[in-house]
Design a protein around this ligand. Structure first.
Ligand code: NAP
Length: 130
């Protein structure tokens, strides 16, 4: 059976995507910062749908964490780059440090994971990237 790695899976749209993939029988790697929420979701998906679900807690704005997730990506047939956030205030009021974190989460992390995923995925015939 195929497997999927979903970022931002602890709540919101990412958790719903993870549930939808588990219903279709995909094994899952669940990524976000909230380890307990990921563990709860992984246990629920495994018992409700009989899939293998693993929590991979990581802060995607932290380079070392991002590399740990990139290491896990080549095993997945489906990559869901869902984690993301805005700063909730106008550009002229944000700090540059906050802008850099947002760019890391919304731009660098999905690009890094796509770069890690593609070589192993191409040619399998069932690869999907969202
Ligand atoms: N909802 C909308 O109307 C809407 C509209 C346009 C685009 N989007 C995009 O769709 C995606 C999902 O939206 P949503 O509404 O479900 O968002 P959400 O409820 O805020 O959930 C965001 C997810 O990303 C994770 N996350 C945030 N910062 C992270 C970090 N530094 N490292 C790892 N994970 C992180 C959060 O988990 P932790 O806090 O546990 O890390 C959570 O699982 C986002 O990329 C959002 O920008 C949403």
């Amino acid at each position: 059976m195929s497997s999927a790695l979903v970022t931002g899976a602890s709540y919101g749209i990412g958790a719903d995507i993870a549930r939808a993939l588990a219903r279709r029988g995909h094994d899952l790697v669940l990524v976000a910062r909230s380890a307990e929420a990921l563990d709860r979701l992984a246990a629920g998906l495994a018992s409700d749908h009989g899939v293998t679900a693993r929590a991979l807690p990581a802060d995607l704005t932290v380079e070392a964490d991002l590399e740990r997730v990139a290491d896990a990506v080549p095993g997945a047939d489906i990559l869901v780059n869902n984690a993301g956030a805005g700063l909730g205030t106008s550009f002229e009021h944000t700090s540059w440090a906050d802008e850099q974190r947002m760019l890391m989460l919304n731009v660098v992390a999905p690009t890094r994971l796509l770069h890690a995923a593609l070589p192993a995925m191409l040619g399998r015939g069932n690869e999907r990237i969202l």
